[in-house]
Design a protein around this ligand. Sequence first.
Ligand code: CS2
Ligand code: MN
Length: 357
Amino acid sequence: MKMVFRWWPHGDDTVTLEQIRQIPGVSGVATMFSDIPAGEVWPKETIFALRDQVHAAGLEMEVIESVNIHEDIKKGLSSRDEYISNYITTMKYLHEAGVKCICYNFMPVMDWFRSQLELPLEDGSFAMAYDHSYASGLSLDRIITSMMDGSPDMTLPGWEPERFPAMAKDVEFYHGISSEEYFRNITYFLDAVMPYAEEYDLDFGVHPDDPPWPLFGLPKVVCSAESIRKYLALNNSKRNGLTLCTGSLGANPENDIPAMAKEFASMGRVPFVHLRNIKHTSEKDFHESAHLSTEGDLDMYAIVAALQENGFDGYIRPDHGRRIWSEGSRPGYGLYDRALGACYIQGLWEAVEKSRR
Ligand code: CS2
Ligand code: MN
C-alpha cells in the first residue's frame, strides 16, 4: 500500500508539497491540471515539469486524479473520437513521466454534490453536508445560475466556471438519454482506451457517483455493488478498475463497504482507495466526519482489514477532511484533518498487518 495525498499544482492549493512531505508515511501526491480543459492533450513538458517539482520535494507522482472526460465522450457525439485520441496521448505522456494510476469519473455534467460546505459540528469544526430534501428540491439550472453569479457557497471541484454555460445545455441533453445508451458510451470509451492502459502500464479507477443515487434527473453510473460489477464487466481488462471511495458509496447505508472491498480487491480491480467516513442524520441525509470509525458510521478497521486480506496493493489517500483549527482551504481539502486521517489509516494498516502474522 502506498499512502498519497491529493494536491493541486500551479498555486491552486493552500497546502504545499513541503507540508505534505512532512506527513508521516505519505509517499506521493494524487494530482491534476485543473487549468487544462477536459478534452485537451496535457502537454508533455508541463507534465514533466510538474513531475520534477514533485520529485524535488521528495514525493512521487504516480497517481493522477483526475484526467477528466470530455462531455462529448459521455454524450456519445461524433466528436468523441478526437477527444478520446487526445486522452490516449495524455496517457502516453503520463506513462513516460512515471504515472501508474489514473482516477476519473463518468458522472454526467458535474462531480460530487453537497448542499452545505460548512456545517458547524459540536466540537467547533466544520464539515460538508448533504440534505436530501433540500437537494431534490433544487434544479441544476438554478444552481448553475447562482454559481455564475458567484454564490460562494456553491463552489465545488469539478464545477469549472468556464463550463457553466455549456453545463446548462448538457443537463437538458441528459434528460433525453437512457441509462442503456449512457452505458454504451462508457463502453465505447473503455474499449478505445483500455488497450493503451495495458500498453502504458496504467491502472484506471473509476470514481463512484456522489451521492450514490439519482439527482437532477441525470443518469447514475457507479453507486452500488451491482453497478460496479456491471461497470467492470463492460471491459474485462484488469486495468479497468474502481476507485473505492468509502465516503461516496457509504452515503447509501445499504452499501456494505467491507464486502465491496473484499469482492473487488480480490478480483484485483481496486488500484486506488479514498478512505473517509460519514455520519448519517437520516437515511439520505449525512455530513462528512473525521476519519475514525468512532466519529462516523463506517467501520474503517473492517474496510482496511478487508483490503489487506484480499491482496490490495494499490494507493490509498485520505479523502475530504473537516475544516479544523481555523484553516482556510478548498472545501474538504485542508491539510490538518486529512493529515490526521492519513496517520489514522496507517495506524489501522499496521495493526491489521501485525495481527495477521
Ligand atoms: C473526489 C472527486 O473530492 C472528491 O470527492 O473524490 O472529486 C474525484 O476526484 C473525482 O470524482 C474523480 O474523477
Ligand atoms: Mn472520493
